[in-house]
Ligand binder design. Structure first.
Ligand code: ZN
Ligand code: ZN
Ligand code: ZN
Length: 372
């Protein structure tokens, strides 16, 4: 994950919002170690190893990043955001943390902090009440700022270029295995500027009826559907799109179902006005599919939030009454899966804005017949 190119003022703004949330939740000190909250606030991703890296954010006063001396050179300092405090191999890093957090009434800790460090800290902060940092940082991470929307947009455009190649028939399909095409997509994800591939699902024919099918040795044949769901991480933010192509002219049953899917996905994207409860988007897509008689074959939620993590809040699912806010980023990905025959899914990432939903994936939404 690289924070290169991000204006340091972004981190100052995020820290200011975190401090406001700390005040709201009566948190005196925030402790963040491995996980995504640390890069969100500092641009630095801690190595997930045994040496402690920890950002100590007091509600008032300067934040400090405790870091193993040998990893300190990796940190890009953000003036005004945090001080670096490097610890040597014979020092006790949790004592340094305890010193900075001394006197705190409520301490919020990141979910992914190693248990051993929390266990070491507990007796060093007697009288402190411990709570989860997700209450403080989670709502902020859900509402993407402009730098994050820009990063998601760039990642979305990169996978769209690959989807377009697929749809133009430039990625050979017939006669190759799913795994081979998956490797091809993975290579293209990196070539298009991602730092890492998160997944490249390729599922042909009846295999497409399994939503998270693992691309395998099955050979792709003529006259069948090929579902491709792929994404990676670019400059710390994730892409995720699904397109289906047909190796020939789509058969009547597939074309008919796809028209329903296409409409359901369009309706789901359009439903994303600020203030709409997340579950209403799920209901909107589901209604189109239900009304057409395919309801029992749409076997998963409509979507998930996306950002530094591939799946994060807000989830687009029945029961989630959270109203959409400007800056929420999420997928709209209905599917229809007929066991033993075929499956299909259509997925875009969408950002809610004051002017309405903006789709970050814009490759052809149709079921393109390819000669590939
Ligand atoms: Zn999925
Ligand atoms: Zn996907
Ligand atoms: Zn997705």
């Amino acid at each position: 994950m690289s924070a290169a190119g991000v204006d340091p003022s972004v981190y100052l703004e995020r820290l200011a919002r975190v401090r406001a949330a700390m005040a709201e939740h009566d948190v005196d000190t925030l402790l963040l170690s491995v996980g995504h909250d640390l890069p969100y606030l500092t641009g630095y991703t801690a190595m997930p190893l045994e040496r402690l890296t920890m950002l100590v954010v007091p509600r008032a006063g300067d934040a400090t990043m405790i870091i193993p001396a040998l990893e300190a050179p990796r940190v890009r300092e953000v003036p005004g955001a945090f001080e670096l405090l490097a610890w040597g191999e014979t020092q006790n890093p949790t004592a340094l943390v305890a010193g900075l957090a001394a006197g705190s009434g409520r301490v919020a800790v990141g979910d992914q902090m190693w248990a051993r460090f929390l266990v070491e800290l507990l007796p060093q902060l007697p009288g402190a009440e411990f709570t989860r940092a997700v209450d403080v940082v989670g709502p902020l991470r859900m509402s993407k700022d402009q730098a994050e929307i820009d990063a998601l947009t760039a990642a979305g455009a990169a996978v769209d270029r690959i989807a377009a190649e697929l749809q133009r028939g430039e990625i050979p399909l017939v006669g190759r295995t799913e795994a081979d095409v998956s490797a091809h997509l993975s290579r293209r994800i990196i070539e298009e500027g991602h730092d890492k591939v998160n997944f490249a699902i390729v599922a042909a024919g009846e295999n497409a009826a399994s939503p998270h099918h693992h691309a395998g040795s099955r050979l792709i044949r003529e006259n069948e559907i090929v579902l491709c769901d792929f994404g990676g991480t670019m400059a710390g933010y994730c892409s995720d799109t699904t397109r289906c192509v047909f190796t020939g002219e789509p058969s009547a049953d597939v074309a008919e179902a796809y028209a329903v899917l296409h409409e359901a996905q369009r309706v789901g994207v359009a439903a994303g006005a600020v203030g709409t409860p997340c579950e209403e988007i799920d209901r909107a897509t589901r209604k189109v599919i239900d009304d057409a008689g395919y309801g029992e074959y749409f076997i998963h939620r409509t979507g998930h939030g996306i950002g530094m993590e591939e799946h994060e809040d807000p989830y687009i699912v029945e029961g989630n009454q959270l109203p959409l806010e400007a800056g929420h980023a999420y997928s709209v990905e209905p599917g229809i899966y007929i066991p033993g025959r075929w499956g299909m899914r259509l997925e875009d990432i969408v950002v809610a804005t004051a002017d309405g939903p903006v789709a970050l994936n814009n490759s052809d939404h149709g079921l393109v017949g390819v000669d590939a």
